[in-house]
Design a protein. Structure first.
Length: 571
């Protein structure tokens, strides 16, 4: 078989072309926009700083909308921007219906969303319903109120065990380390699955449910197009006493699938059915995607059209560089999405994991690992062991990103991956901010390495992030990955992402997919209804491509053949 490279493809793809008024209106009113969207996650404190205080803000995001337009994304997912003490990177929320003063004002938010919409870009807001911060007005009221009060019933307060109540109500652990209970001055205990500054809400309380419906309408009325639901699988809880012990739950929460006391309970879907009623009050309906770390056979309920509509699958994020794993995961998730009436979601990087350019530059984890090569041991070594092959990681990251962008479903991109950024491993202890580092010293260094502010220019202070410093230190090598450097290079990672995203729009609306078996076990090949072929070579030896015209290749072809660690699209 022979394939040719079309020299006119790049010139024919213009990601900066403006939409006509009719096309813009059609895009913004499309009720199914989310099914095939390319969604770009912004961690607001690390994207762009407009006032030089070292912290990214809403005005900074607004100033960079031309960049987002040129990138070619359909939507922005905005990580928490609410008032917060940052005990957990903004996921400890003081007020769900306001903006953190360090990031701006509600007026700044309105200006930002209006500018995004004018550019044809939707906005997905992060919402954190499992817990508030300990500075939230409700929790302050609860601490000032007596046991059994209505204020305490909004949270999960319990008396302790032992003759004087000095032992926590159960031996459950917090996700961030240490006990999942904190004692108050009057001797009661409150539950916190995460940090002690994040008290869990009581979702059996009607007032809690109604207040979140009010919050959903508040942001939807301001134009928010959808919501990313943090820890969607943890809201409802069975706190029937006596509470089971860790041993009774088993090492992996054995009695889950609807029976665990606080993970993935069936009753949570009653909450999301109410949310769906609110979403459907709007035209087009508001959307939602669940962050639900649940078994694959439980995920479809979160993605139900009667519930949130879509749920993250993180399966590829955990996969080794192995075509068999990729094929099995892709097949399973597309079948699962079709059965639920949703579309699948694909993701390789986000604010909680080591960037995939780094993960794919490390040795594979092997068959005994449940989480694949997550980069944790490499981070613990300060980025020295095992040795990172930067070039290989970047090459493979481009290949899998191109593969992902050809798949049916929504593609979620994390800020900076379009630049090929690696994880920053060598952050000094005194500069770290993630609570997981402070609570698990010697076990986990936290997630700061993927949250370092972006480089926009090669030489300016903070690499153009702002005209002051940056809240997390940027390494010297960031300058070579800066936006201005890559915009001047047609072969750069950024130029590649722009071409890939522009071409991807030709596939929108197509949800069918078919595998093509290849002689080489190293190759994954699939087609889409329009005649597109996506071919990825996971091996090291170049392989022949099918007949057709090559639209894009993640690395240069070798005498018309597809080299290892490379994806090509053909028609």
């Amino acid at each position: 078989m022979t394939s040719t490279v079309n020299p006119d493809v790049e010139s024919a793809v213009d990601p900066t072309a403006e939409l006509s008024a009719d096309a813009l209106a059609e895009r913004m009113q499309d009720p199914n926009w989310w099914r095939q969207a390319a969604v770009y996650q912004i961690y607001p404190r690390s994207f762009a700083d407009s006032n030089g205080d070292g912290i990214g803000d809403l005005k900074g995001i607004t100033s960079r909308i031309p960049y987002l337009t040129s990138l070619g994304v359909d939507a922005v997912w905005l990580s928490p921007f609410y008032p917060s003490a940052l005990a957990d990177g903004g996921y400890d929320v003081d007020d769900y219906r306001d903006v953190d003063p360090k990031l701006g004002t509600l007026e700044d938010f309105d200006e930002m969303i209006a500018a995004l919409h004018a550019a044809g870009i939707k906005l997905v807001a992060d919402i954190v319903p499992n817990h508030t911060s300990n500075r939230h007005a409700w929790f302050r009221e609860a601490l000032a109120s007596p046991r059994g009060s209505a204020a305490r019933e909004r949270y999960i307060f319990r008396d302790g065990l032992g003759p004087d109540g000095s032992q926590p109500p159960s031996d459950w652990d917090s996700v961030f380390g240490g006990p999942a209970w904190e004692r108050t001055e009057d001797g009661q205990w409150y539950m916190h699955i995460f940090a002690r500054e994040q008290p869990d809400l009581n979702w059996d309380n009607r007032e809690v449910r109604d207040d979140f419906l009010k919050t959903l309408r508040f942001w939807s009325d301001r134009g928010v197009d959808g919501f990313r639901v943090d820890v969607a699988h943890a809201l409802t809880k069975d706190m029937t006493e006596p509470l089971p012990s860790k041993a009774e739950l088993g090492p992996e929460g054995g009695n889950n699938r609807g029976k665990h006391p606080f993970w993935d309970r069936d009753e949570v879907h009653e909450v999301f059915a109410e949310w769906r009623t609110v979403f459907d009050e709007y035209t087009p309906p508001r959307t939602a995607v669940a962050e639900a770390w649940v078994h694959a056979d439980r995920r479809a309920r979160y993605a139900s059209p009667d519930g949130l509509g879509q749920a993250f699958n993180f399966d590829l994020l955990k996969a080794d560089w192995d075509p068999g794993q990729f094929r099995e995961i892709i097949t399973k998730n597309l079948v699962e999405a079709k059965s639920s009436g949703a579309s699948s979601t694909w993701v390789f990087s986000n604010h909680d994991v080591v960037r995939h350019a780094t993960r794919y530059g490390l040795p594979p984890a092997g068959p005994d690992s449940e989480d694949g090569q997550d980069g944790g041991a490499w981070l613990m070594s300060g980025g020295t062991t095992p040795e990172l092959d930067r070039a290989l990681g970047e090459r493979r990251a481009r290949a899998v990103s191109q593969l992902m962008l050809a798949l049916p479903g929504s593609a979620y991109l994390y800020q900076g991956e379009e630049l090929g950024l690696h994880e920053v491993a060598d952050i000094a202890d005194e500069d770290r901010q993630d609570p997981t580092f402070f609570r698990n010293k010697g076990v986990d260094v936290g997630r700061d390495g993927c949250r370092v502010p972006l480089p926009w220019t090669r030489d300016a202070e903070s690499f153009g992030f702002g005209f002051g410093g940056a809240h997390l230190p940027q390494p010297a090598w960031f300058g070579e990955y800066a936006v201005e450097v890559q915009e001047a290079d047609a072969s750069s990672n950024l130029s590649f992402y722009r071409r890939a995203l522009a071409l991807r729009h030709q596939l929108q609306g197509e949800e069918d997919f078919e595998w093509i078996d290849e002689p080489s076990g190293d190759v994954l090949h699939f087609t889409r209804p329009s005649g597109w072929h996506s071919v990825t070579n996971f091996g090291s030896t170049p392989v022949d491509l099918p007949e057709g015209t090559v639209l894009l290749s993640s690395s240069p072809l070798e005498d018309g053949r597809l080299p290892g660690d490379t994806t090509a699209w053909l028609v």
